[in-house]
Design a binder for this molecule. Structure first.
Ligand code: 13P
Length: 261
């Protein structure tokens, strides 16, 4: 399976010009690779500025790349009286192929719940997008079963009701909240446990066969120094990168690490 490396720019950078510069630099820094799929998720207002080549790759300033475009959220209706919302068809129409949803920052600051994430997952899949569902515990309590159950609930509720066929367009990103935006990444050993656990949850919902190859990503303080260890020993199929994706060279190095495995 190809590794999946996703850049989550979050609410950065501040202007279109800076976003275009970062995108151009990212195209340059990311090595062409058959083994790695790279998705860049800028703020949605910038998405349509990154034009698309006939092959479905993104292009900017004459540079065509294999980078895929992703959004950081989506609403569950395509159109209607929903002020401020962006629907799946809108994203699709500007060349977006992936959408991140249920990120802890959206859950904490914008009121996303397991139920709203479920509606977004269903709508995005129906609209032909690939979804990256973020899950992760807030803290690691002394009682390990407690945070495991928290993650289980997030996975089960987000994916409730989707068909086995649609599952091929779903990725789960394990992002423990305490590791996001901190300097304390998880360890590959504990990520491995969580990746296996998430696949077990998927097996319970959709059967063993699909669960075995179900893609799980790790996110939370990924950097050049730890990316390789997560990919090699963490049992994950890719990474969701926040801060380090705002530095095109660092991000390019992370993709290089994935490419070399
Ligand atoms: P950082 O890589 O900045 O910790 O952010 C992780 C994240 O939230 C990616 O979605």
């Amino acid at each position: 399976m190809k590794k999946l490396i996703v850049a989550n720019w979050k609410c950065n950078p501040a202007t279109l010009r800076q976003a275009q510069e970062l995108f151009r630099a990212t195209i340059k820094a990311v090595p062409k690779s058959k083994n790695v799929k790279v998705v860049v998720c800028p703020p949605s207002v910038y998405l349509s500025g990154f034009r698309f080549s006939a092959k479905g790759g993104s292009a900017f300033g004459g540079q065509v790349s294999g980078l895929k475009l992703g959004a950081q959220d989506v609403f569950w209706e395509d159109t209607g009286a929903y002020t401020g919302a962006v629907g799946p068809r809108m994203l699709k129409s500007v060349g977006v192929t992936y959408v991140v949803m249920g990120h802890s920052e959206r859950r904490e600051q914008f009121g996303d719940t397991n139920e709203s994430v479920r509606k977004k997952v269903a709508a995005a899949l129906k609209g032909g997008l690939c979804v990256i569902v973020c899950v992760g515990e807030k803290t690691r309590e002394a009682d390990a079963s407690e945070y495991a159950l928290y993650v289980k609930k997030e996975v089960e509720e987000a994916l409730r009701g989707i068909s086995k066929a649609a599952l091929k367009n779903v990725v789960v990103a394990y992002e423990p909240l305490w590791a996001i935006g901190s300097d304390e990444a998880d360890t590959p050993e504990s990520t491995l446990e969580m990746a296996l656990y998430i696949r077990k949850i998927i097996a319970g919902m959709f059967g063993n066969v699909v669960a075995q190859s179900f893609p799980v990503l790790y996110g939370g303080s990924v950097n050049i120094g730890n990316a390789r260890a997560f990919l090699r020993d963490g049992g994950v199929d890719g990474l969701l990168v926040g801060r380090a994706s705002l530095d095109s060279k660092a991000f390019g190095k992370i993709v290089e690490e994935a490419n070399g495995l």
